[in-house]
Design a protein around this ligand. Structure first.
Ligand code: GRF
Length: 214
């Protein structure tokens, strides 16, 4: 798992992976900043951690190769970006093609990039949400694995809306990792394809109605 900050999605994955039937275990939490809050939590959980600072490399790929060495050493087979705030090189994306997933706090393809909640409110959308997708070199593109939608309420600011979205992020990220780890969803020809039957190439997750208005 690659993080840059507080690591609440990382924590959701760690907690999900505790279940005996979860098809993945967390072998490494790697941060590009030594002060990433999530590192402490990972250590407390007994999960190996590593820090690879992103500064001081001649280019993006050099940094990515250093991270990759740590990841390979850990034996990881899937890389989850969980609030990792660096763009990845095409080399790294190729290396982990179909095994690299990210969570984005918006209903892609709307609101790629930063400040998604502010921009959703400014745009006046009534539905917002979160997306887990396979990573390709183009930022916030790549086949969608799971999405959750939440309403945008009239009194929302970026903080209240962001908190509502975050609750859903913590639900769909473990679900999406489960789909990828079991092979139920795979990336093929630029799409997320269900390998267990059905025409759907992605899992669509609606919010628990009890939580929807909160
Ligand atoms: C989340 O909103 C995630 O969607 C985005 O960065 C944020 C990370 O939060 N990519 P956390 O570190 O998982 O709490």
């Amino acid at each position: 798992m690659l993080i840059s900050g507080r690591g609440s999605n990382m924590t959701a994955l760690i907690e999900a992976a505790r279940a005996a039937d979860f098809p993945a275990r967390i072998v490494l939490v790697l941060a590009n900043r030594a002060d990433a809050g999530g590192l402490e939590r990972a250590r407390a959980e007994g999960i190996p951690t590593a820090v690879v600072p992103h500064r001081g490399h001649k280019d993006r790929e050099t940094f990515d190769r250093l991270m990759n060495a740590e990841i390979e050493r850990s034996g990881a087979e899937i890389v989850c970006l969980a609030g990792f705030m660096r763009l990845l090189s095409a080399w790294f994306c190729r290396q982990w093609h179909g095994r690299l997933i990210n969570i984005h706090p918006a209903l892609l393809p709307s609101f790629k990039g930063l400040d998604t909640h502010e921009r959703a409110i400014a745009a006046g959308v009534k539905i917002h949400g979160a997306t887990v997708h396979f990573v390709v070199p183009e930022m916030d593109e790549g086949p969608i694995i799971a999405q959750a939608a939440v309403p945008v309420l009239p009194d929302d600011d970026a903080e209240t809306l962001g908190a509502r979205v975050l609750r859903q992020e913590h639900r769909i990220y473990p679900l999406a990792l489960r789909l990828v780890a079991t092979g139920a969803v795979q990336m093929a020809e630029g799409r997320a394809v269900s390998t267990v039957g059905g025409a759907s190439s992605a899992a669509l997750v609606s919010p628990n109605p009890d939580e929807a208005g909160q």
